[in-house]
Design a binder for this molecule. Sequence first.
Ligand code: COA
Length: 390
Amino acid sequence: MKIGIDKMNFYAPHLFVDMNKLAVARNVDPDKFTIGIGQDKMAIAPITQDSVTLAANAALDMLNEEDKKQIDFVIFGTETGVDSSKSAGVYVHELLGLKPQTRTVEVKQACFGATAGIQMAKGHITLNPDSKVLVLGSDIARYGLNTPGEATQGAGAVALLISADPGILALEDNSAYFTSDIMDFWRPVYSDKAFVDGKLSNEQYIAFFKNVWKAYKGKSGLELNDFEAICFHLPYTKMGYKALKTVLEEASEEVQERLLANYKESTQYNRNIGNIYTGSLYLSLISLLERQTDLEPGARIGLYSYGSGAVGEFFTGILQDGFRKQLATEHHQKLFDARKEVSVAEYEAIFEKTLPSDGSKMELDIEEDPSTICLSGITEDKRQYVNKAK
Ligand code: COA
């Protein structure tokens, strides 16, 4: 039985900051951000969007009534959840109107959470072939104003529908994974900003990639020439390139050119949204499939997932007949076109705005936010969500 990605969608907040302008404000050469790091625009989440609403908006646009009847498992990958106890998935379950006979959980391992969700979904569908699983990856990346990590912030979510006989990508059985306890990036429970050892995290991202790529080749007997494209977790778009470069010489010249050209397409959406942590690898896959019109059914795509702390995995999928009709390319173009630029000063004000943590009430103006699903306020420490379409 083939199991894999039947549908996928992403959502990003409607505001962004231009990286050239951020560089000027920080007294940095703009080429450092746009070439050295490889980011053009950074999505900014207004206070009316959090990891719950971003994920719910991503799934809302993707699911039809038939899907909703078949979903019996929601797996929410996030490292910027809104509650240490209750799963963000339960809020999304309600906002989407999914059936009560559903298992719903949140999973966490830095940017690896959605990948863990996909592998769990695969097991669930093996046992329940008629089920569909909704896997979400949603985050708001915050390092802090005037920090080295600031240029690699972002916000957004992906929603993936995992099923038997998938419409887009059938996952293959071989997969290589690796865990090692390192402190490259972490966020203690008392902090709303991530702590990062940037140099170490770059090194470990590459070391984990080399490790799981070697293990994958050993398990599968495949080599680089067997791949049409490889998508990477992209904390910033230069990062995946650095990893790809370390293995590129294993391929023929023709394949090297193909992998580099496809890498470029796979980074375009991320370049304009920023780091979305758990969803980043899958945003890159969407970017590749929607922008690279040469891809044919039967092509093998590699996926490298990395979650600091750290866990890495390399796994693969085969593009399915008719995969293009499952994509939402026009819808995503409209989303990009409708975004609004904010100045660096406006971004800083949005960044500093937080919800009260003393139980007091705050009502938010959701008319300013064009998203269908918004956070409308907080009262007695309970977040209030609104689906404007209901
Ligand atoms: N023109 C072009 N490129 C320039 C440049 C300029 N004027 N100035 C600097 N650069 C290049 C540097 O050469 C470097 O490229 P390289 O890495 O290929 O050598 C790149 O821009 C970044 O410069 P660097 O000095 O290393 O940046 P930094 O110390 O300010 O921090 C990160 C960069 C990514 C480490 C930092 O943003 C960070 O900590 N991010 C969060 C953690 C993260 O994303 N980790 C990744 C693994 S998950």
